[in-house]
Design a protein around this ligand. Structure first.
Ligand code: PHE
Length: 453
C-alpha cells in the first residue's frame, strides 16, 4: 500500500513496513536479555502474567497516544509538543525525550556490542582459538568495549542514513521475520534437551504467592522499557505514518509482536537456564538467587553452547548472538532516530549530516562508559527507570488535558472512520486521563522510594 505525501518528510511505504519497524524498535535487548532475567528472578510465570496485563493496561494506551501525537504533528517530540499546543513547558518535555534517547543509546550500543563480541567468541571457540575467544569476551576490557560500541554505532548510523523507507523499513522487513524463524527453531531444539521440562514448569505454572510490590514494579518498568515508550520513539515513528492507517490497529500489532517475542525469548531462555544447570553450569548465586542481568546471557548461555559441542554448538551459539545483535540494532535505530529527527526538523540540518553529528556525539559518551561500565547502571536508572515513565506520564497529561481527547479523536478518525461509534475511544480516554497517569505515578514513586531506602 503506497502512501502519498505532500511534503518532503519521509513516509513508511506500507503498513507492514511500519509495523515491522515499530516492532523492531520495541523488540530488543529488553525482551531477549532483560525480560527473561527479571522474570526468572520474580517467580517466573507469576511475573509473566502481571507483565502481560500491564503491557495492555498501560503500554498499549500510551503507545496509541504517542502514535497519535506523532502522526498529527508530523514532528519529532520537541516539535510535536510545540506544534500541538502553545505550552512553553511541553517542548521541554520533548527535549527530555531527546535526552533520554541519547542517554539510553549511549549504553545500549555497548551491551549490543557485547552481543557482537560473543558472536565472534563462539566462532573462535569452535576453531580452537581459545586465547582469541577469551580476549573478545572480556567484558572489562575498556578498549574492546569502546571498539565494539563504535562498530555498533556505525552500523546504526549507516542504516539511519538511508532515511525512513529505504533504510529502516527495508532492513527490518528482512530482519524481523528472520529473528522469529531462528528463535522458533532454537526453542524446538532446547525443548527436547534434559532439564528443559523444569524450566517450562517454572515459566508456565504460576505461583501466585510470588506476586508482591517488587514484582509489580519490575513488571511495570519492563513493560515501559520493552515497548519503547516514554521517550518519543513512537512519536517519531508515528510522524512517518500514513493517515490511511488505523492507529489503534497498528499499535495493537506492535504490542502483540513485542509481547510475543518476549514470550518466545522466555520460552527459549528459561529452559536453557535449567538445561545449563543440568549440565553443571553455575546458574544460581550462593544465596540461591539467579545469576542476574549481564551474567545470564553472557556467561550462562555461551557456556551452554560450548557444552553442546561441535558444529551444532557453533551454529546455535553464533546464531543466537547474531539474532540478539539484530534485535538490538532495530532498537538502536529508533533510539538514534529520535535525536536525529530533532536535529533535522528543529535545526534544519540534512539527514546525512544530522545522523553523523548525533551518532558521533553519542559515541563520545559511549567511549567514556566503555571504560567504566558501572556507569551503565546509573544511566539506565536515571533515564530508563525514571526518564521513560516520566515521559509517558507527561504524554498522557499532554494528550488528555492540553491537546485534549477530542483532537486526538479527530486524528484517530483518519484511518479509523468508525471511531465515534466504537467502544475503543471512551475506554482509551479513561485510561489516558486517569488510569495510566495514576499507575505511572505509582511506578515512579515506588522506584524513587526503593532507590532512596
Ligand atoms: N524497547 C527496546 C528494547 O527492548 C529499547 C528501547 C527503549 C528502544 C526505548 C527505544 C526506546 O530493547
Amino acid at each position: 500500500m503506497a502512501t502519498q505525501t505532500t511534503n518532503t518528510r519521509g513516509n513508511w511505504n506500507s503498513k507492514l513496513g511500519f509495523v515491522l519497524a515499530a516492532a523492531g524498535s520495541a523488540v530488543g535487548l529488553g525482551n531477549i536479555w532483560r525480560f527473561p532475567t527479571v522474570m526468572a528472578e520474580n517467580g517466573g510465570a507469576a511475573f509473566l502474567l502481571v507483565y502481560a496485563l500491564l503491557v495492555f493496561i498501560i503500554g498499549y494506551p500510551v503507545m496509541v497516544a504517542e502514535l497519535s501525537i506523532g502522526r498529527s504533528s508530523k514532528k519529532n517530540p520537541v516539535g510535536a509538543f510545540r506544534a500541538l499546543s502553545n505550552s512553553k513547558f511541553f517542548p521541554i518535555v520533548g527535549f527530555w525525550c531527546v535526552l533520554c534517547g541519547i542517554a539510553i543509546l549511549s549504553f545500549y550500543v555497548i551491551v549490543a556490542g557485547w552481543t557482537l563480541s560473543y558472536f565472534f567468541e563462539q566462532i573462535f571457540h569452535y576453531a580452537g582459538m581459545m586465547e582469541a575467544a577469551q580476549w573478545i569476551s572480556a567484558l572489562d576490557n575498556g578498549l574492546l568495549n569502546a571498539t565494539v560500541a563504535i562498530i555498533f554505532m556505525a552500523l546504526t548510523v549507516w542504516i539511519i542514513l538511508g532515511g525512513v523507507s529505504d533504510g529502516i523499513e527495508r532492513t527490518v522487513k528482512f530482519l524481523m521475520p528472520l529473528l522469529l524463524i531462528v528463535m522458533v527453531i532454537m526453542i524446538v531444539y532446547v525443548l527436547f534437551q534434559p532439564g528443559a521440562g523444569e524450566g517450562i514448569r517454572v515459566y508456565l505454572v504460576p505461583d501466585f504467592s510470588a506476586i508482591d510490590g517488587d514484582l509489580i514494579l519490575s513488571a511495570l518498568g519492563q513493560a515501559f522499557f520493552s515497548l519503547s515508550l516514554g521517550m518519543g520513539a513512537l512519536i517519531t515513528y508515528g510522524s512517518y505514518l500514513s493517515r490511511k492507517e488505523n492507529i489503534p490497529e497498528v499499535g495493537g500489532y506492535v504490542t502483540f509482536a513485542d509481547i510475543g517475542i518476549a514470550f518466545l525469548a522466555g520460552l527459549l531462555i528459561m529452559p536453557a537456564i535449567f538445561m545449563a544447570q543440568a549440565q553443571g553450569v553455575e546458574v544460581f548465586n550462593e544465596d540461591g538467587s539467579l545469576f542476574a542481568g549481564v551474567a545470564l546471557i553472557f556467561q550462562i548461555l555461551p557456556e551452554l553452547f560450548h557444552n553442546m559441542g561441535g558444529v551444532i554448538g557453533l551454529i546455535f551459539g553464533a546464531t543466537f548472538f547474531l539474532l540478539l545483535s539484530i534485535a538490538a540494532l532495530t532498537s538502536s535505530i529508533s533510539l538514534l532516530e529520535v535525536p536525529t529527527s530533532y536535529v533535522i526538523d528543529e535545526h534544519k540540518v540534512r539527514r546525512k549530516r544530522a545522523a553523523i553529528y548525533v551518532g558521533s556525539a553519542v559515541t563520545v559518551i559511549s567511549i567514556v562508559i566503555a571504560f567504566d561500565t558501572s556507569l551503565i547502571g546509573t544511566i539506565d536508572f536515571i533515564f530508563s527507570d525514571i526518564g521513560l515513565p516520566l515521559g509517558g506520564l507527561m504524554m498522557c497529561i499532554f494528550l488528555g488535558y492540553v491537546w485534549k481527547m477530542e483532537r486526538a479523536k479527530d486524528e484517530l478518525r483518519q484511518g479509523f472512520e468508525n471511531v465515534d461509534n466504537s467502544k475503543f475511544f471512551p475506554v482509551w480516554s479513561i485510561f489516558i486521563r486517569f488510569i495510566c497517569p495514576a499507575l505511572i505515578i505509582l511506578i515512579l514513586s515506588m522506584t524513587v522510594y526503593n532507590a532512596v531506602t
